[in-house]
Design a protein around this ligand. Structure first.
Ligand code: NAP
Length: 257
């Protein structure tokens, strides 16, 4: 067991760590003295940090590739004896374009494959190592997009809703083993993923602020953590006043009333 200042050093595996929220989480956990294993397909923004900090290891992982599940599990097992916490944060976003004459319906499968099946594959990788920890916590990153419908988000929203249900069911099945499961629902965070958006993003925050809020919330091991609360309130209205929500964000072009 690795030691830090005489205490056992906690160990976290973070996916989607090469940019955005994942990269900010890596920095935060390192500052707090954790041993961090960071994954993504490429090192990206992690490159300098990996060279500088011996408590950080990068393990390249394309979570869509099922052939990588066993080798990555072996690599993690060689690096650490167990995982106290796993944050499955990696994800992508593409929008459906029905105005395009050749709508790319394959995109639905692509997004589901990365966001949902990629997360499932990642759970397959880490579960044995999580179960070896004394108080393990498994975290998956969904989105506030699941709280009310957004235009063009058919693929993204469905994949994040699938993650939310998957985690809530997994929580039931892992309870007996003492593995806590948390689903995180971020609002709009300024990252490479959202910089492509052309619409207004209410209550947008930095990735460092998002990582701070996630880290603080995870200490209480909630079943679910949605933030910021102001966005949750707006989406609650959208869910309970669906006609108002539809008219506000997707007005009927032929309705002149
Ligand atoms: N930003 C927001 O407003 C927001 C809101 C709600 C939820 N979220 C969720 O938060 C998570 C992080 O998003 P972000 O905004 O920080 O986006 P980001 O900066 O684009 O980060 C996405 C991360 O996922 C990794 N990734 C993508 N495809 C992968 C694959 N096939 N295998 C392994 N890793 C892969 C990327 O690394 P590589 O490309 O190097 O693989 C990158 O590290 C996502 O799940 C996103 O849906 C974000």
């Amino acid at each position: 067991m690795e030691q830090l200042n005489g205490k056992a050093q906690s160990i976290v595996w973070i996916t989607g760590a090469s940019s955005g929220i994942g990269f900010a989480l890596v920095k935060r956990y390192l500052q707090a003295g954790w041993r961090v294993i960071a994954s993504a397909r490429s090192e990206g923004e992690l490159a300098d940090l990996v060279k500088q900090d011996s408590h950080l290891s990068f393990v390249a992982f394309d979570m869509v590739d099922k052939e990588q599940i066993e080798p990555i599990r072996d690599t993690l097992s060689q690096l650490v004896p167990h995982l106290d916490c796993v944050i499955l944060n990696a994800g992508t976003c593409e929008y459906l374009d029905l105005e395009d004459e050749k709508t790319d319906w394959q995109m639905m499968e692509r997004v589901m494959s990365v966001n949902y099946f990629g997360l499932v594959n990642s759970v397959d990788v880490c579960l044995p190592l999580l179960k070896r920890a004394s108080q393990p916590l498994l975290v998956g990153v969904s989105s506030q997009a699941v709280q009310a419908a957004f235009p063009r988000a058919e693929a993204y929203g469905a994949s994040k809703a699938a993650i939310r249900y998957f985690l809530s069911s997994l929580r039931m099945d892992l309870n007996a083993d003492g593995v806590d499961v948390t689903c995180v629902l971020p609002g709009f965070v300024d990252t490479p993923l959202t910089r492509k958006n052309t619409f207004d993003m209410p209550f947008l925050m930095s990735s460092d602020e998002a990582a701070k809020r996630i880290d603080q919330a995870l200490q209480g091991r909630p079943y679910e953590f949605a933030f910021p609360k102001r966005l949750s309130a707006l989406l609650w209205l959208g869910r309970h006043l669906p006609k108002w929500w539809l008219g506000k964000f997707a007005p009927n072009k032929h309705d002149n009333s």
